[in-house]
Design a protein. Structure first.
Lengths: 270, 250
């Protein structure tokens, strides 16, 4: 086939891709506008009770007020700090426990039924216990987030450790490698992609833990704001808090997603 | 002078349902500089025997007398994909803490010798299977083992790459005075590479015959050896031997 024809076919293919992408994007925006418009309309025409379901314009106005008097920022900051803390601590502690389990197969066998039960259990049920142990401040919310992340992290990373091809270990054994060397040379680098992918799962789980933790007792944070405004019957504030959580959680997820892609790309280049 | 001695080696695998005897009372001695093949059908316990020789498994019964400096090559390269070729080659040296400033030059020299110059900074997935297995050979040889244990290192390669690697190993070992034990189920390969062949029978494994390879074939490189008139005679004899594995009952 002559090169010009190939080039024009290629252009056609690229154009088709581009058009498809544009259509998807336009429909996505239309859905958002349609949803907000319908909501506003339904609220204005009293199809739904504006006291309970508020309206986008009321939420927007409240948002501007809260931004102008800076009263929303401490809540956002506290929740974000709590989420980051429980996400990072949950992942690191989970990794540490997974290393201990790998180190001692006997210990891993002993822990197995406990891990399985803890994994099956809805961790949120431990909320009151967390308050008793960690008090009513940030510590409780962080602990809640950690508990939700850590069990899955332990199980996923430990399984990755166990699945490393035995022949790599055999190579190391023929060079009289110590257990530390085996971990450093084979187990850890081979499991790194799995460890990185747990980050993404843990971001979502940490949010669940932190918001629930704040529901229980906190005096600040977005979770607290939801419960508080519910109690004073300010549903506009409830919905505003929910929307803020939605946006920040999505941003955080996108951030970790970028981090994961970057790290995996760096690994694969090798 | 015996260099590697096995005395009454027996090995069992214990499972909940049954106990399997893998190796039954094997004794042998191998001289310094000798190349010996353990030839037998698949699943006859050859690899287990090699792991016992390497000290990776302790036998249920019996003793191995050997020098501690071993090099072990597996069926596949098992290069670490996240390490460069040079880093893979230096793995053993780093683990045994014998890496010196000269090691880098030695790795470069060995890589050139196996036909892989200028690959130090590449990564395993950039090389073909045959090339990777040659890197694995360098990784094994750079620690300068006095005993080389080869666990079917040619079996995963295509015929051409197999002959090439056989030739490289033959040339590298030729003047080195290293002792080698090769595990294989390939009769041709065993004849072409070895000084002696230990013919193993099915489980539980024992040494059925010891075959001395004639001097004329030993001296030839593997590809040339295959063309020698005595080669096919030996091949046929061993083939028959392997096929009459079960002792006749009458």
């Amino acid at each position: 086939m002559n090169p010009d024809k190939i080039e024009s076919l290629r252009q056609a293919y690229l154009n088709k891709k581009k058009r498809e992408k544009r259509i998807v994007c336009v429909i996505q925006v239309l859905i958002l506008i349609g949803f907000l418009g319908l909501w506003e309309l339904a609220s204005g025409l009293l199809w739904i009770d504006p006291l309970l379901f508020s309206s986008p314009s009321a939420i927007g106005q409240l948002f501007i007020t809260k931004v102008m008097d800076f009263s929303i920022f401490p809540h956002i900051a506290i929740t974000v700090i709590e989420t980051f803390a429980s996400f990072i601590l949950g992942t690191l502690l989970g990794l540490a426990v997974a290393i201990i389990l790998w180190w001692s197969p006997m210990f891993a066998k002993i822990c197995d039924p406990y891990l399985v039960s803890l994994n099956a259990m809805p961790k949120i049920a431990l909320g009151p216990i967390m308050i008793v142990i960690f008090g009513t401040g940030m510590a409780s919310a962080i602990a809640m987030g950690i508990i939700i992340c850590i069990v899955v992290t332990i199980i996923v990373i430990y399984n990755a450790f166990e699945e490393v091809d035995e022949n790599y270990l055999k190579v190391l054994h023929t060079f009289h490698a110590t257990k530390t060397q085996i971990f450093k040379e084979a187990i850890f680098p081979a499991s790194l992609p799995t460890i990185i992918s747990t980050l993404k799962v843990n971001v979502g789980l940490a949010w669940v833990g932190v918001i629930v933790g704040e529901f229980f007792v906190s005096k600040s944070g977005l979770g607290f704001l939801i419960v508080y405004s519910f109690q004073v019957f300010n549903f506009t504030l409830v919905l505003l808090s929910v929307l803020i959580i939605l946006v920040i959680a999505a941003l955080m997820y996108a951030l970790v997603d970028c981090l994961e892609k970057y790290l995996l790309k760096k690994l694969q280049r090798n | 002078m015996s260099y590697l001695v096995a005395e009454n080696i027996s090995h069992y695998f214990f499972q909940e349902q049954e106990t399997a005897q893998i190796i039954d009372n094997i004794s042998f001695s191998i001289h310094k500089g000798e190349f010996v093949s353990l030839l037998g059908p698949s699943g006859c316990g050859k690899t287990t025997l090699l792991s016992i020789i390497a000290g990776l498994i302790s036998p249920t019964e019996g003793t191995i007398y050997k020098d501690n400096s071993i090099g072990y090559m597996l069926q596949q390269d098992y290069l670490f994909p996240w390490k460069s070729i040079a880093e893979n080659c230096a793995l053993g040296l780093h683990l045994m803490k014998t890496y010196t400033p000269e090691s880098q030059a030695e790795i470069k020299r060995l890589l050139t010798e196996v036909g892989l110059e200028n690959t130090e900074n590449m990564y395993p997935k950039q090389l073909s299977g045959g090339m990777r297995q040659r890197v694995a050979l360098v990784r094994t040889l750079v620690t300068d083992p006095s005993l080389l244990l080869l666990d079917e290192p040619f079996s995963a390669l295509d015929y051409q790459n197999k002959l090439k690697l056989e030739d490289i190993i033959f040339q590298l070992l030729n003047h080195s005075n290293k002792t080698s034990v090769l595990v294989t189920h390939d009769i041709e390969e065993a004849i072409a590479m070895s000084d002696r062949i230990f013919l193993l029978c099915k489980q539980p494994s024992t040494i059925k015959y010891i075959i001395e390879i004639p001097q004329e074939i030993r001296e030839l490189p593997p590809l040339e050896a295959r063309k020698h008139p005595k080669f096919s005679v030996l091949l046929e004899a061993i083939w028959k031997e392997l096929n009459t594995d079960e002792p006749r009952q009458n």
